[in-house]
Design a protein around this ligand. Structure first.
Ligand SMILES: N[C@@H](CCC(=O)N[C@@H](CS)C(=O)NCC(=O)O)C(=O)O
Length: 204
């Protein structure tokens, strides 16, 4: 199995953490959607990371679709996203908030990095960042510091997505220690667990 993408990407890292949590062996080709455009587009016509090439040769794209497959193939009766009911809805809600926060954080970053300086509209960046902070703050209220994980007393996709979103928020300069302190404490704790620690991208 081959994971395509750099772990600096929250979506790629989400998949890498999920693979490791399930104990699935995989190789990784650390390609960036911007500096390795042709290779990424050869695997995903949309030109985005992550993509996952299965041993059969089939290629899956989009982190949500990929983790859905991994749940089905390796999750047994305790997949990282529960299969039904209130537990499933609760995990999917956190995942939606956290993946949406990543989308907004990247919109802000792309605006800053891919727009001529004189055309950058700072209020738009500020608004994207405010949405990121609001989503993180909402998830922060769900954290019970006495519990090892966000929901259900076990590792779920809620933890995985909250972890990568909080990491990205810090990466773009947001003060998660101040804005989402319980979530920040949880991500520090999670970093000590192999799927999270082993996927930390190299410092640039
Ligand atoms: N919804 C997608 C988002 C993937 C995504 O936006 N990846 C970024 C890297 S962090 C990317 O490839 N950006 C390049 C682009 O959008 O052109 C997922 O969950 O996989």
């Amino acid at each position: 199995m081959l994971l395509i993408g750099v772990n600096r990407s929250p979506y790629t890292r989400r998949v890498a953490i999920t693979l490791k949590a399930y104990g699935v062996p995989f190789e990784q080709q650390s390609l960036s959607a911007f500096t390795n455009r042709a290779e990424v587009r050869a695997n995903n016509p949309l030109g985005r990371i992550p993509a996952l090439v299965l041993d059969s040769g089939e290629t899956l794209v989009d982190s949500g679709a990929i983790v859905d497959h991994l749940d089905e193939a390796y999750g047994g009766d305790r997949p990282l996203t529960p299969t039904k009911g209130a537990d499933r809805r609760a995990v999917l809600k956190v995942a939606a908030l956290m993946m949406g926060a990543c989308d907004k954080a990247l919109q802000a970053a792309y605006t800053r990095n891919h727009t001529p300086a004189e055309k950058v509209h700072q209020p738009w960046i500020d608004d994207c960042n405010a949405q990121v902070v609001n989503a993180l703050a909402a998830v922060d209220t769900m954290v019970d510091p006495a519990q090892p994980y966000l929901l259900l007393g076990r590792l779920t996709q809620a933890d995985v997505t909250a972890f990568v979103a909080e990491r990205l928020a810090r990466g773009i300069g947001l003060d998660t220690e101040a804005q989402a302190p319980r979530l920040r404490a949880l991500t520090k704790k999670l970093l000590g667990e192999p799927p999270f620690g082993a996927t930390e991208p190299p410092a640039t």
